[in-house]
Design a protein around this ligand. Structure first.
Ligand code: FAD
Length: 693
């Protein structure tokens, strides 16, 4: 297919995004502007850093490297855990490595007495994560050639021993395709896999347990293959945390939550990206609906002057702050309450250690801004903490939880505990003051920005980004604890502040919304923009069909805004069908008052179809509406309509895919399997696009 202008814009945006991504990891360490420059400045030419993994391993005396292909940090996290475990249980000399920081042409001289592990997430529709793109292209290439000249037929990787684990989601068609394809390539090149290649399934919610179940037999096989002796695991810190009682937390060089040096120095300096957020003003906020414990927020974020830009269909990332209530709980249960503002420095004890935030800093800043303290607890981490329990009976309980999957599920997971809640529950409030703080920095996930599908059109409001977000509040029957989403409750607090509440405090969560050193004061939130492939056809006369129940309607508000504007400007706008669903018309029908205005602009070319699941005797969902309009949908598809789905990945998006295939089969009188192939072909040609989470 030919590239049209929009494709080129999208590709260019993707390239910019990729370039931006390549600066990953360099920014804490580099003193001058770490963002300036290009590819060469990013991955390729880090001052003094080798891209030769074998050299790196030799010079740091390592015999096990764990490569990760990670998008949201989970694969990176698993890689670190394997590194720690390999070292503490088997005495391996381990290091983790970001795939984009190394070259692979010399894998054919990988020493026989070393092992490489690959922890690979599959992203979106079976794609590699941004940092694994180059590796993936290299290893899958048909005409691959290594330094010593070996190609596919010569088994050039005969010396390479490797281990592999994949992170995937079975709701996507190309489940775990990264690990599957990479192992296929490695095997074809003659490498020797140790143990089975593991596959974790986020779709079934079993990622953590899949990982735990995979790694035990893997360690056994690896120990056999490398002649390793298992020993009793002792915690060996990778990072050293030192308290600096002589330093003042308020002094200019202490990071109180500022993400990098520019922010510390009070200069907001672009480019703003996944490593450097823009502290953006929220210029407008409101609740689209509020029912009992469910709120839906609409916010307008001003990006003028930041050099940030977006196109309709992109995502905005919001950098969260942990709730004060949970920060306090964490501090207090560890006995750090009184010294939360103590200045600390964090150093790697090994040249390959990665420090996830800038230092010097304080305990409070680390817990509030850098660690995912509210997330579900990992069973393996419970085992790691057990030796530091306040007494032997708690230690026995922790050990049991760590080793018994079902017991852990009943006691911890089913109650939605976060780590501090679990520790509080187990010790009845007695402090856990024996736990080294480094174990949390090493073992907890780095806090992750949350993505939102931008719900405005860049054609209509170039410098203002709309967000549509449901505030997360999960009450599980039987669990004493109501789970409050980190980011969405933070946004709710910001909304309350904007509406005059001087001390906004949703559910007693108490967010530090003015940010480090009041830098977010005046209702600001740190953000960056992620460019996506979820795009309108560049020709507005093409018909489109959109399916977006609940907050899934977010990007479609942007799509419809854009087409309404094009219609106002006299352009021919093709049929624009929007399928929307929610519980009750009078309760959670978001933007109900806006759709009519768009209809005025677009006339009959816009049609909104609504399903209210709790208004009538029968539950009606968007899937039912699609079936009701089968003939028209098929007619539009024959006219090359674009079909879009946004919202719930686990159920809705899958069912819509199935229903569409049924519609095509019925309308065209062909077998369903053939219709499924047609839907697949639509996906491959971008005529079927998903934005799901
Ligand atoms: P979190 O704190 O991240 O919690 C989220 C969920 O994690 C909880 O509901 C729970 O299921 C689980 N969880 C968290 N802690 C625990 C625990 N201790 N124990 C057990 N389970 C736990 N959302 C929107 O509302 N609108 C959008 O337009 C939108 N667009 C998106 C686009 C993309 C590409 C993606 C990836 C996501 C999108 N989302 C959107 C979802 C959004 O990014 C967030 O995931 C969502 O707002 C929740 O964030 P949170 O920080 O409030 O909740």
């Amino acid at each position: 297919a030919q590239l049209d202008t929009l494709d080129i814009v999208v590709l260019a945006a993707l390239l910019v995004g990729t370039v931006a991504y390549f600066t990953k990891g360099t920014y804490w360490a580099v003193a001058k502007d770490p963002y300036a420059g290009s590819l060469a400045n990013g991955a390729a030419a880090k001052a003094g850093k080798t891209r030769d993994i074998i050299e790196k391993m030799e010079e740091s005396s390592k015999n096990c490297v764990i490569f990760y292909g990670s998008q949201t940090g989970t694969a990176e996290d698993y890689a670190s855990r394997l590194a720690k475990e390999g070292s503490s249980r088997f005495g391996l000399k381990t290091m983790t490595a970001d795939l984009e920081e190394y070259d692979f042409e010399n894998l054919d001289s990988f020493p026989e007495d070393k092992v490489a592990m690959f922890v690979l997430a599959t992203y979106g529709e079976g794609e590699p994560t941004d940092n694994a793109v180059e590796f993936y292209e290299f290893i899958s290439s048909e005409d691959i050639s290594f330094n010593q000249g070996g190609g596919i037929s010569e088994k050039p990787l005969a010396n390479l021993k490797y281990v592999a684990f994949g992170l995937g989601n079975n709701t996507y068609e190309h489940y775990n395709s990264m690990v599957r394809n990479v192992t296929k390539s490695l095997d074809r090149l003659g490498a020797t896999r140790i143990g089975a290649a593991g596959e974790g399934d986020d779709g079934a919610g079993t990622m953590e347990e899949d990982f735990l179940a995979w790694k035990e037999p893997m360690w056994k096989d690896l120990a056999d293959a490398m002649g390793l002796q298992e020993r009793e695991a002792v915690y060996e810190p990778v990072l050293e945390v030192s308290e600096k009682p002589d330093m003042d937390a308020e002094s200019d060089d202490v990071y109180l939550g500022e993400p990098n040096k520019n922010h510390l120095e009070g200069k907001q300096k672009g480019p703003f990206n996944a490593h450097n957020p823009y502290i953006a003003p929220i210029v407008e906020s409101k609740e689209l609906f509020t029912v009992k414990d469910r709120n839906c927020l609409h916010m307008e974020i001003d990006i003028s002057g930041s050099n940030l830009s977006y196109t309709t269909g992109d995502h905005i990332a919001v950098w969260p702050t942990n709730a004060g209530k949970e920060v306090d709980r964490f501090m207090n249960i560890l006995g750090l309450g009184d010294k939360r503002h103590m200045v600390i420095t964090v150093k790697g004890l090994d040249a390959t250690a990665k420090i996830p935030f800038p230092s010097p800093t304080t305990y409070d800043a680390v817990v509030r801004y850098h660690m995912e303290i509210c997330a579900p607890v990992s069973r393996q981490f419970v085992s790691a903490l057990a030796p530091f329990s306040p007494n032997d009976s708690i230690k026995a309980e922790m050990t049991k939880m760590g080793s018994d999957r079902e017991y852990f599920h009943d006691q911890v997971a089913a109650r939605n505990y976060n780590l501090a809640q679990l520790l509080e529950f187990l010790s009845q409030g007695q402090t856990w003051d024996q736990v080294p703080f480094s174990i949390f920095i090493e073992g907890l996930h780095k806090i992750q920005p949350r993505y939102y599908s931008i719900s405005s059109s860049s054609l209509v409001q170039k410098n203002k980004i709309s967000i549509t977000a449901v505030v997360e509040s999960v009450e599980t029957p039987g669990a004493s604890n109501v789970l409050k989403g980190v980011t969405t409750n933070y946004l709710l607090a910001l909304k309350q502040k904007q509406h005059g509440d001087p001390t906004p405090d949703p559910h007693g969560l108490n967010y530090a919304i003015t940010g480090p050193r009041n830098k977010y004061d005046g209702i600001h939130v740190p953000v960056h923009v992620r460019h996506s492939n979820f795009k309108l056809p560049s020709d507005p006369s093409k018909p489109i069909i959109m399916v977006g129940p609940g907050t899934g309607v977010a990007p479609f508000r942007g799509f419809v805004q854009e087409r309404a504007k094009q219609a106002r400007d006299g352009e021919t706008v093709g049929k624009t069908m929007l399928f929307f669903g929610c519980r009750k018309k009078a309760e959670d029908f978001i933007y109900a008052d806006e759709w009519d205005a768009y209809k005025n602009d677009m006339g009959d070319s816009f049609e909104m179809l609504t399903a209210f699941s709790r208004d009538g005797a029968q539950k009606v969902y968007v899937q039912h509406l699609l079936k009701q309009r089968a003939a028209e949908i098929d007619r539009l598809l024959q006219q090359k309509a674009y079909f879009y789905v946004c919202g719930d990945a686990a159920n809705m998006a899958r069912e819509v895919n199935t229903v569409l295939a049924q519609i095509i089969a019925e309308q065209r009188g062909i077998p369903e399997s053939k219709a499924e192939d047609i839907v697949k072909a639509m996906r491959n040609s971008n005529a079927y696009q998903e934005d799901v989470w």
